[in-house]
Design a protein around this ligand. Structure first.
Ligand SMILES: [Zn+2]
Length: 278
């Protein structure tokens, strides 16, 4: 059976390939550094993002997700219970000590406890999730909904394009036979190309920053696997998405692997890899 990640793991010169992708991204970010894009409203970014993704992928027929701002009530699977739980326990849970306690508890453990504790747990989980996720955009498949940060600066075209791509993936059923890394790499590639095509410098900068950090981690990961040395000028942590420990230890995420996979495949096979899924 073939694996989505075979083109990476079975590539005869994966380190060399990732190195050249890294060099290209470093050159690209250098060109983007000094510019600032114009202010755009969420409405505008949403419209532009959806259209640009549909043009790029040829996917005009899919249902558009709703876009909501972050709030305690729209954080994911706990939100319905949250509405019931909030009047009972919110006051108590804002207490820092209580919140800390819930951070370390698993939801299933909470289900086994009494109803009061369960609701309290739901509120606790929401508060935790809110603080973890308030700076990120994410997609909620069960509601076909994109949740974006309240901060206007973060509601960028790349984020909307990325999350809308996840919505299309699910509507197409891609999540049934593709790995998480594949889906993330696909969405990252789309958000990059869409930001470029729309000449949205801020969004493009954000997207390239994330890819740079991912490629650094993938580079270190393969160097560790193959017992090779890395070029320190390429792995130096400089960017906001660089996490020193993770680069040094070669720790990677689905996003990192998917990002390298798609940029590598794109180099070999062209942009069709975003539209047809072999
Ligand atoms: Zn994603």
């Amino acid at each position: 059976m073939t694996n989505d990640l075979d083109p990476l793991y079975n590539h005869p010169n994966v380190i060399g390939e990732v190195e050249s992708l890294l060099e290209y991204k470093l050159w690209e970010i250098g060109k983007l550094e000094k510019k600032n894009g114009p202010f755009k409203s969420l409405r505008q970014v949403k419209k532009e993002g959806f259209n640009a993704v549909d043009d790029f992928l040829g996917t005009h027929e899919y249902k558009k997700p709703s876009v909501k701002k972050h709030g305690l009530l729209n954080l994911g699977k706990y939100e319905t219970a949250m509405i019931i739980g909030i009047p009972l326990t919110a006051g108590v849970l804002y207490d820092a000590g209580t919140q800390l306690m819930f951070e370390s508890m698993q939801f299933m453990t909470l289900v086994k406890l009494g109803i009061g504790s369960k609701l309290a747990g739901v509120v606790g989980s929401n508060l935790k999730m809110y603080s973890d996720r308030k700076d990120q955009a994410f997609y909620k498949p069960s509601f076909n909904q994109i949740v974006v940060p309240r901060d206007i600066q973060k509601r960028q075209l790349n984020a909307i394009a990325h999350e809308y791509t996840h919505s299309i993936q699910i509507q197409k059923g891609l999540d049934q036979f593709k790995s998480r890394a594949y889906l993330e790499g696909h969405a990252r590639g789309v958000d990059y190309h869409v930001s470029r095509r729309e000449f949205d410098i801020e969004a493009l900068k954000e997207s390239v920053e994330m890819s740079l950090s991912s490629l650094k981690r993938v580079y270190s990961h393969f160097a560790l696997l193959q017992n090779k040395n890395t070029d320190p000028s390429l792995t130096m942590p400089l960017r906001k998405y660089d996490h020193l420990g993770r680069i040094e230890e070669g720790l990677i995420s689905h996003h990192d692997l998917g990002c390298a996979l798609f940029f590598l495949r794109e180099k070999q096979e062209g942009l069709d890899i975003y539209r047809t899924h072999s």
